[in-house]
Design a protein around this ligand. Structure first.
Ligand code: NAD
Ligand code: WQD
Length: 343
C-alpha cells in the first residue's frame, strides 16, 4: 500500500468510477466528490463490491466552493486531485453554453483555488481530443495544433487546460497533467460499472448496445460518403479500463516527481482508427448479435477522422492500451445485458 490520498471529482461517473477501482487496486486511498448530476449513488457500492474497499464519498457540487472547502478541511493530505467532474454533452452545450461554462469552469476554478490554499500540489485533468478539431495531419501528436473547438463543451476543455497551465506558472511546485482522451468505450469486466447515459444516447457505442438490447429500433450511421475507406467516420476507441489505468500512471508520475514540465499533456488513445462500420461489424462478431442499422445523413459538427499517436504516453507514462476492440465491445454488451436483465 502506498496510501497516498487522491481526490476524485466526478468519481461516480463513467470514467471516474473505473479510475477509482484502478486507484484502489494500486493501493491509493480515494475520496470521491460528485453531485450525482449524471451518475447514481449506488456506484460507490459497486466499486466496493469490485475492490472490497469502500471509497469515501461526498455528495457535493463543485461550483459550491464553501461545500468543497469542507472536504479539504476534513480530508487532510490530499496528494493529487483527478478532475473528471464536468458536463459533457456536445449538443446540449451548443444550446446552453452558459450552463457549460458555469459548471465546467467554475468547478475547476474552485478546485484549483482550494488546492492552492490547502497545499495540494497536483492535478490531473480530463481533457479531450475535441481540442484538435479536424487535424490536417494524422495521427495526432501532442504537438498537433489546438484549435478553437466547435462546441462550447469543447471550448471549456481548451480553456481549462490553459487555466491549469497558467495556475502552474503562478504557483511554483504545482503540477498539472492534462489527459486528452480519444473515444472511451466499454465497461468493467465485472459488468458492475459502465456507462449510464440518460435518455437517448448521443454516443455510438451506447446506441449500439441499446439497439441490440431492443431499447432502440435502429442505429443510424451518420454519413457514408466521407473520404475514408468505407465512407464512414473514423475514431480512436479506447477501452475505459485501459483509460483508467493511464490515470494511475499519471499519478505515479506525480508521486515519482518525473515531470518534464509543471504542465504536461498526453494523448490517450490506442493509435488505431476504427470506422463506424468497423464498430458495427466488430460488435456483431464479438457478441453474435445482428444489429439493425441504416445509413443516414451526416451529423452536424462531426469530424471525418481522428486517431492518436499514442507513443508519448507509452514513453513517458509507461502506459499503453492493451484491450482489443472486440473484447471492449463485448464488455459494453455484457454491461448493457446486466442493466436490462437480459440473459
Ligand atoms: P460522466 O458524466 O459519466 O461523469 C462526470 C461526473 O461528474 C458525473 O458523475 C457527474 O455527476 C459529475 N459532475 C458534473 N458536474 C459536477 C459538479 N459541478 N459537481 C460535482 N460533480 C459533478 O462523464 P465521463 O464520461 O465519465 O467523463 C468524465 C470526464 O472526461 C469529463 O470531464 C468529460 O468531459 C471528459 N471526457 C469524456 C469523454 C467521453 O467520451 N466520455 C471524452 C473526453 C473527455
Ligand atoms: C462516434 C462516431 C458519429 C452515434 C464525442 C465528443 C467528443 C468526445 C467523445 C468528450 C461518429 C457516429 C454516433 C450514432 C453514428 N467527448 N455515430 N450514429 O462524436 O467522436 O465524440 O464523444 O470529450 O468531444 O464529440 O463520439 O460516439 O458521438 O460518435 O453514426 O447514433 O459514431 O457520427 O462518427 P464523437 P460519438
Amino acid at each position: 500500500m502506498n496510501g497516498k490520498k487522491i481526490l476524485v471529482t466526478g468519481g461516480t461517473g463513467y470514467i471516474g468510477s473505473h479510475t477509482v477501482v484502478e486507484l484502489q487496486q494500486a493501493g491509493y486511498e480515494v475520496v470521491i466528490v460528485d453531485n450525482l448530476s449524471n451518475s447514481e449513488a449506488d456506484v460507490v457500492d459497486r466499486i466496493t463490491e469490485i475492490t472490497g474497499n469502500s471509497p469515501k464519498f461526498y455528495k457535493i457540487d463543485l461550483t459550491d466552493s464553501d461545500a468543497l472547502r469542507e472536504v479539504f478541511v476534513k480530508e487532510k493530505d490530499i496528494f493529487s486531485a483527478i478532475h473528471f467532474a464536468a458536463f459533457k454533452a456536445v449538443g446540449e452545450s451548443v444550446e446552453k453554453p452558459l450552463m457549460y461554462y458555469r459548471n465546467n469552469l467554475n468547478s475547476l476554478i474552485n478546485l484549483l483555488d482550494l488546492s492552492g490554499e490547502f497545499k495540494v500540489k497536483n492535478v490531473v485533468f480530463s481533457s479531450s481530443c475535441t481540442v484538435y478539431g479536424q487535424p490536417e495531419k494524422l495521427p495526432v501528436t501532442e504537438q498537433t495544433p489546438v484549435i478553437r473547438p466547435e462546441s462550447p463543451y469543447g471550448n471549456t476543455k481548451r480553456i481549462s487546460e490553459e487555466v491549469i497551465q497558467e495556475f502552474t506558472i503562478a504557483h511554483s511546485g504545482f503540477n498539472g497533467i492534462a489527459l486528452r482522451y480519444f473515444n472511451p468505450i466499454g465497461a468493467h469486466p465485472s459488468a458492475l460499472i459502465g456507462e449510464l447515459p440518460r435518455g437517448v444516447p448521443n454516443n455510438l457505442v451506447p446506441f449500439v448496445t441499446q439497439t441490440a438490447a431492443g431499447l432502440r429500433d435502429q442505429l443510424k450511421i451518420f454519413g457514408d460518403d466521407y473520404n475514408t475507406p468505407d465512407g464512414t467516420c473514423i475514431r480512436d476507441y479506447i477501452n475505459v479500463v485501459d483509460l483508467a489505468k493511464a490515470h494511475v500512471a499519471a499519478i505515479s508520475r506525480q508521486v515519482n516527481g518525473k515531470m518534464r514540465n509543471s504542465f504536461e499533456v498526453f494523448n490517450l488513445g490506442t493509435g488505431q482508427g476504427a470506422s463506424v462500420l468497423d464498430i458495427v461489424k466488430g460488435f456483431e462478431k464479438a457478441t453474435g448479435k445482428k444489429l439493425n442499422y441504416t445509413m443516414a445523413e451526416r451529423r452536424l459538427g462531426d469530424v471525418e477522422q481522428i486517431y492518436a499517436n499514442a507513443s508519448y504516453a507509452e514513453k513517458e507514462l509507461n502506459w499503453k492500451a492493451e484491450k482489443t476492440l472486440e473484447e471492449t465491445l463485448k464488455s459494453a454488451w455484457e454491461w448493457e445485458k446486466k442493466l436490462r436483465n437480459i440473459e
